[in-house]
Each structure stands twice: as structure tokens, then as C-alpha cells.
Design a protein around this ligand. Sequence first.
Ligand SMILES: Cc1cc2nc3c(=O)[nH]c(=O)nc-3n(C[C@H](O)[C@H](O)[C@H](O)COP(=O)(O)OP(=O)(O)OC[C@H]3O[C@@H](n4cnc5c(N)ncnc54)[C@H](O)[C@@H]3O)c2cc1C
Length: 415
Amino acid sequence: MSDLTEADAHIVVVGAGQAGLQAAETLRAGGFEGRVTLVGSEPHAPYHRPPLSKGWLSEALDARQLAIRDVSALERKNIDLRVASHVAEIDANARAVRLQDDSRIAYSGLVLATGATPRMLGNAAPADGTICALRSREDASAIAKGLRNCLQARLPLVVIGGGFIGLEVAASARKLGADVVVLEAAPRLLQRALSRELSDWYARLHASHGVTLVLDARIDKVETSGSTAQVRLIDGRRWEAGLVLVGVGIIPNDELARRAGIACDNGIIVDACSRTSIAGIVAAGDCTVCRLPDGSMRRLESVQSAVEQGRAAAYTLLGMEKPFTGTPWFWSDQYDAKLQIAGLSRSADRSVARGDMAGKSFSIFHYAVDRLVAVDSINAARDHVIARQLIGVGVSPTIDQVSDISFDLGRLRPA
Ligand SMILES: Cc1cc2nc3c(=O)[nH]c(=O)nc-3n(C[C@H](O)[C@H](O)[C@H](O)COP(=O)(O)OP(=O)(O)OC[C@H]3O[C@@H](n4cnc5c(N)ncnc54)[C@H](O)[C@@H]3O)c2cc1C
């Protein structure tokens, strides 16, 4: 790929979100002097999505604070940003993309960073602002309007899905004074991401803020009439809502890639260097699924992953291998609880708490046999930072060291 450093090379990045922006900027940081075009379907320059469910809903953040980068900063880096432009097709043989307006852009390297789309329930399509999902600024504006409707009509926000997005919106809505009902199909909240003890802790946190939680909830029907919606469970319980938020996960936007013949499996399949099955095309962020060296597949839907994969994708196109192999991390803000997760707890068989779980600052350390694989910290930023480093270098504190709050885990960091 060394030809890509020549001034006539042109790298096209599809998707002007977190991963796409990172790829474009890393190309410049890596010394690429050719053309870089960043094409995004949304009408905005790249912006931060995490605040949409947090400060953006409950506080007055303005659009400038949401922007990841000033447009002028992109101009200075000679990145050609095209907003409100949707790539409709990739012609991998001709090395060109076709936009919805039928114009074509030839590329010498292509980055796919198309993100994901919220999953909806079969019979609950977004309708009249009373049934919403949350991904974009426009979605967040519709939710803010729906919450005003809840307050005026004295009807609750009904959240379908007790995952991070649903629970963050629930917390923001409570802050605004709206009644909130959370309906979760699983027997506990955040089942995919957290251990049982932390799920239970979150259930108590939301209950203490007045949220009605219904676990094992089986949705029968969601209907709308005028400015209200009705949600009915199979067991007959029903709620009239001023707004229904569906937060049941995302579907990776891999259709464009699939149609171009790129291997996909619930996401564009990439390796740690963000390579797809077609040479010269790399992919990054929520649209991807990463094949690990042992053949298993890993999906990470987080800002860190989008950034690290975007970076790896750019370096791959520049002919430099800088794989994303670091410790995954993630955060969530609900009420006054900041959760920070380092590592992945799926393989864990034992957990140890550090600090007082009844209080508001503690961590849970997860072990697979004797190896530390993940740490979930609530309002314990130092634990999180140290844990990330320890997991990264493969150092595992003993159970005694972890449980002893007076023991400084920082001592275990290699010099
Ligand atoms: C409400 C909310 C809260 C979140 N909170 C957190 C959090 O607290 N912590 C955390 O780590 N992560 C959080 N996330 C997840 C994080 O924001 C995502 O993982 C990250 O934004 C993914 O970046 P991306 O670039 O892959 O996708 P996106 O940011 O979605 O960007 C993809 C872009 O590609 C565009 N696109 C798609 N198809 C095309 C096409 N054919 N042509 C042109 N453009 C196209 C899309 O319109 C979109 O703008 C949150 C997400 C949401 C929605």
C-alpha cells in the first residue's frame, strides 16, 4: 500500500462519526499527503453521541459542546468533510463509491465506519414522536420533546430495555421530573454487560430514584393514539405513556459492505488491524465485528473501540501495522454514579468487591481462575485506571490485596 503515500492517492472514509473522524485524522497524523474525503449521511459534522442520553437531555449543552472537532480544524488538516451525503454503493472492482445523488468518488483506499442503527421491536416502529429510539441528535431532540409531553400530560416515559441507553435516559428523565417505567425482558438489568451483583445494585439505584422496574417483562403490544402510546405486557399489565423509548440494542450498518462482497457476520468482519476480506478496504467502529486470533468473534460498541479501530484502520492503509489489542474500556453515567469498566468479564468465574457496595464508591474485580480479566468501578476512577494498566500488562492482584482497601494496588504496576 506504499503507493497511498503519494500525493495523488485518495482515501475515502464512509461515515463521519467517531471512528471515521479518527481514521481521517490518523491518516494525516501518519503523514498521508493525498486527498482525504470524509463522507457522512447526517447533516452535522462529527459529534459525541454519549452526551445524547446524559447531559444533552437533562442539561443545556449546546451543539458546539457536542462537536468532536471544529469544522475549521478539519479544514486545517485538509480533510474534505461532506455532510448530508449518503454512500449508496461500493464498486470494489472499479475502486469507487457511488453516492445517493449518483455522483462517484474514486478511491485508492476505503474506510468503512458506518456505525449502527437502533433495533426496534417488531410492532413498534418509531411513530409520531411517541415511540423513539436513540442514536442521533435528531432522535435526542425527539426524546426531549416527548419528555415535555410526559410532563405536561402527567404520563410516564416507558423505557423498553434495561441496557445502558435505556437506563441513562431513565436517569435523565427522572432528573427532569418525569415518571419512568423500565420494562426489561431479562431477569436482571444490564445482563449482557454486568455481573449479577452490579445489576442488582443498579436496580436498587433506579428504584431509590423512583423508577418503576419490571423485570422478566414480555411485551405483547405497543400502540399509539394521538400524542400517547400504550404498552401492554403478555401478562395483561399495561401502561399509557407520554413517550416510549425502545433501547434494545443496535444492528451494525454492514449492508453496504455485504452488497460489495465483503465478509460480514452481524457486522463487517475485521481483524485487529481493521482489515476486511477485501484488500484496500478497512472498517472500524460499531459497524464491525472483530475476529480474534482464536477464531471467536468480538463486538465492542464503545467510543474507545471506535477510536482505536479507526486509528488501526488508518495505519493499515498507510502500510503500518498497529493492531488494536489494548484492554477494552467503557463508561456510563446514571444519576451521581459513574461506572467505568476495564476489560471483559464474560470469562470470569469469581468476583471480589473492593470498598463498600452499600456506599457510592467501590469496584468489583473479576477473575478467570486466578487471572484478573475485568474490573467494574463505581465512582472509583483510580481503581479503574490502575485496573486497566494491570489487565493490560497481565498482572493480577491477589484476592487479599483487592479486598484490603488500605492496600495500594498502584504498587503492583510495573515501573
Ligand atoms: C445515546 C448514546 C450514548 C452512548 N454512551 C456511550 C458511553 O457512555 N460510553 C461509550 O463508550 N460509548 C457510548 N456510546 C456508544 C458510542 O457512541 C459508539 O460506540 C460510537 O459512537 C461508535 O462510533 P462509530 O463511528 O462506529 O459510529 P457512529 O458514531 O454511529 O458513526 C457512523 C456514522 O456513519 C454514518 N453513515 C452510515 N451509513 C452511511 C453511508 N452509507 N454513507 C455515509 N454515511 C453513513 C451514520 O449516519 C453515522 O453518522 C453511546 C451511544 C449512544 C447512541
